[in-house]
Design a protein around this ligand. Sequence first.
Ligand code: NAP
Length: 249
Amino acid sequence: MNPTILILGGTMEAAELARRLAPQPLRSITSLAGRTRNPANLDGDVRSGGFGGAEGLARYIEAEDVTLVVDATHPFATQISPNAAKAAELTARPIIRLERPAWQKTEGDRWHEVATLEDAASAIPSGARDMLALGRQHIAAFAARHDVHFVVRMIDPPEAPLDLASYELVLARPGKCGDEEVFLRERRITHIVCRNSGGTASYAKLKAARTLQIPVILIARPPQSFANAVGDIEAVLDFIEAHTGLRLA
Ligand code: NAP
């Protein structure tokens, strides 16, 4: 019987892995938390919604006869990864973590690196026009900053008005570097707050900030430890080959 690969997803890397596995003699299942309203189309099978903790995930792995697990969730998703590690242990399945490398500071960057959302909120100077490139669930940490004007950029509209004294909301995806420069100039942004997500999709605003010499308050990734972590899809394909005996073209 063909092996079954469970990809814990919600990231571009997970989508790319599913695409790479599509022509192979195996079944891939991408698991999504179910938060995004219109998730992009994915190759292979897709399931959505929480499993009910590590034990629920372990039951799912057994029920679907999963051969191995790829944890390709977002670096700031901190519950699902330990659950996946535990479920893999409970079911004695191999697991690999695919995590995009963090962005590294380069010459010309004016980064102020902080550990938490709260630290980021404290680090914004009074009177700033601050771009918040964060999801709606992270905005509450900035509610006490009545002395800052926020330009909040999100992909999905929030269900309720944001709990900020002074803000404007822009519903947009990250753009290319030139577009980001225009955005930062037009909105007269003096500071940016964002998370060190890594990857290419949202890096353009950091490049634009470097060009315009805008300070960036960058929230570091939460500390997580993985027994077996890799930074690129090729290494995951090697792992799948090693545990399935398949030769992936
Ligand atoms: P989280 O805090 O680590 O997970 C919370 C709970 O959501 C988990 O305990 C699990 O519920 C469920 N869950 C999370 N990822 C799942 C998945 N891939 N498949 C099925 N259930 C999942 O995660 P989060 O920060 O809320 O992120 C949710 C999803 O969005 C993740 O898949 C992540 O890759 C993606 N994402 C997150 C961020 C971010 O900033 N955190 C950004 C982009 C994309 P049960 O315990 O019931 O199984």
